[in-house]
Design a protein around this ligand. Structure first.
Ligand code: NAD
Length: 378
C-alpha cells in the first residue's frame, strides 16, 4: 500500500506528518511512501532528505490519492473529496468538535482515523499525539515566557549586584504543566505548581518544583482513576481563588494549563489577580483556545495589560518547535501503523475489537462510527 504525506494547508501550520526517519520505518513495515514536494519545508525536512530515505516526491494529487493519507490537521470539507474511494485518512480530526467534517467523511466510502481520539490508557501511550504535543507546548510556553520576561530566570550574584531567581507558578500539572515545570526549573527559576489531583505532588517535586495544595476538606479531594481531573467543587474553587491571589503578588510568571475533558477551560486567574502582578510579569494561558484559564487572555494573541503584564494566548505552541513536533507526531503515526500492520506486510488491518483502534475510528468504509463506546479503565 502507498502512504501519502500531504503538505499541510491550514494557515500557519509548520508541522508535517512524516520525517525522513519515519519514512524509513514505514518502508520497513512494508509500505511505499509518497511525500508532497515541500511538505517538510517549514520543519526543516527537505525533499532530498525524504528521497534519500526511500520516499517518492510527488504532487498534492499523488499524496491525496494514496491508499493511506497522512495529515497533521484534519482536511477541510472540500479536501475530503480528494481522498480516493477505499482509502484511509489519518490526522487530528477533532471529531467531537467537528460534526460537519464527520458527516463529510461518512458520506465517502473511506476510513477516517482521529489521532486526537487515542484513549489515554498506558497501552496507547506510544500513539498519544495529544500528550506528545502538550509536552512540547509546555516546554515552549516557558520559552515564550522567557522571551517576554525582561530578566534572568536563574538567580545570580554579579559584580553589579545580586539578582533573585524568577518565581513561576504553573497551574495544572498534567502533561503540559509537568513539561513547563521541568523546563522552568532547569533554567534556574523557582517553580511552584498546583493541581486538584494531589497525586501529582511527587511528579512536581521530581521535576524540581514545589507542589502547592489547595486546602479543602478531605472528602472534597479526589484521586483521579484515569489521569483526568473532574470538575472542581465550589469549596475547592474558593480556596484556589485565594491561592491565585496570594501567588499573583509573589510570582513573576504564571503558566496555566488547566483542563477538564469535555468542559470549557476553568477560569483560574481573574483580572483582579492580574492587576496584583508586578509590571513586567508574564502569563502564558495555554488553554486560550478553549476559552482561557486567565481573564483577559486572547486566543492566538499577545496582549499587555494597563499594569504592564504580558498575557500570551498562543494556540500553536507545539508548532513553534516544528522539527520537534513533526518528529514526535510522525513517530506516533509510525506506532499507529505498527498496530494496524501486525503482519508487517504493508496492508492496513483495522481491528475494531481493540479499544485503541475502535477509539480512533470515526468512519469505517463510509459507516459513521463516532462516537466510540466509552473506554473502561481497569
Ligand atoms: P492534561 O489533562 O494532561 O492536564 C490538565 C491538568 O489540569 C490536569 O492535571 C488537571 O488535574 C488540571 N486541572 C483541572 N482542573 C484544574 C483546576 N481547576 N485548577 C488547576 N488545575 C486543574 O492536559 P494537557 O495535555 O497537559 O493539556 C493542558 C492544556 O494545554 C489543554 O487545555 C490543552 O488544550 C492545552 N494545550 C495548548 C497548546 C497550545 O498551543 N496553547 C498545545 C497543547 C495543549
Amino acid at each position: 500500500m502507498l502512504i501519502g504525506v500531504t503538505k499541510e494547508t491550514l494557515p500557519g501550520e509548520t508541522r508535517v506528518a512524516a520525517t525522513p526517519a519515519t519514512v524509513k520505518q514505514l518502508i520497513k513495515l512494508g509500505y511505499d511512501v509518497v511525500v508532497e514536494s515541500g511538505a517538510g519545508q517549514l520543519s526543516t525536512f527537505a525533499d532530498e532528505a525524504y528521497a534519500a530515505a526511500g520516499a517518492q516526491i510527488g504532487t498534492a494529487d499523488d499524496t491525496w490519492g494514496a491508499d493511506v493519507v497522512f495529515r497533521v490537521n484534519g482536511p477541510t470539507v472540500p479536501e475530503v473529496q480528494k481522498v480516493r474511494d477505499g482509502s484511509t485518512l489519518v490526522g487530528l480530526l477533532a471529531p467531537a468538535r467537528n460534526g460537519e467534517l464527520v458527516e463529510a467523511l461518512a458520506a465517502r466510502p473511506i476510513t477516517a482515523l482521529a489521532m486526537d481520539a487515542v484513549p489515554r490508557i498506558s497501552r496507547a501511550q506510544s500513539l498519544d499525539v495529544l500528550s506528545s504535543m502538550a509536552n512540547i507546548a509546555g516546554y515552549r510556553a516557558v520559552i515564550e515566557a522567557a522571551h517576554h520576561f525582561g530578566r534572568f530566570f536563574t538567580g545570580q550574584v554579579t559584580a553589579a549586584g545580586k539578582v533573585p531567581p524568577a518565581r513561576i507558578l504553573v497551574a495544572g500539572a498534567g502533561v503540559a504543566g509537568l513539561a513547563a515545570i521541568g523546563c522552568a526549573a532547569s533554567m534556574g527559576a523557582v517553580v511552584v505548581a498546583t493541581d486538584p489531583r494531589p497525586e501529582v505532588a511527587d511528579q512536581v517535586k521530581s521535576l524540581g518544583g514545589e507542589y502547592l495544595p489547595v486546602v479543602v476538606p478531605e472528602e472534597e479531594q479526589e484521586v483521579s482513576s484515569d489521569g483526568y481531573a473532574k470538575a472542581t467543587s465550589e469549596a475547592y474553587d474558593a480556596a484556589a481563588a485565594r491561592l491565585y491571589s496570594d501567588q499573583a503578588r509573589e510570582v513573576d510568571i504564571i503558566i496555566t494549563t488547566a483542563l477538564v475533558p469535555g468542559r470549557a477551560a476553568p477560569v483560574l486567574v481573574t483580572a483582579a489577580d492580574v492587576a496584583l502582578m508586578n509590571p513586567g510579569s508574564v502569563i502564558v494561558d495555554m488553554a486560550a483556545a478553549q476559552g482561557g484559564n486567565v481573564e483577559g487572555s486572547v486566543s492566538g494573541e499577545v496582549v499587555t495589560t494597563k499594569n504592564g503584564v504580558t498575557i500570551i494566548g498562543y494556540t500553536d505552541l507545539a508548532g513553534r518547535l516544528p522539527a520537534q513536533a513533526s518528529q514526535l507526531y510522525s513517530t506516533n503515526l509510525v506506532n499507529l501503523m505498527k498496530l494496524l500492520t501486525p503482519s508487517q506486510n504493508g496492508q492496513v488491518d483495522l481491528d475494531l475489537d481493540d479499544v485503541v483502534q475502535r477509539g480512533i475510528t470515526v468512519v469505517k468504509n463510509g459507516e459513521k462510527m463516532w462516537p466510540p463506546p466509552p473506554v473502561q479503565v481497569s
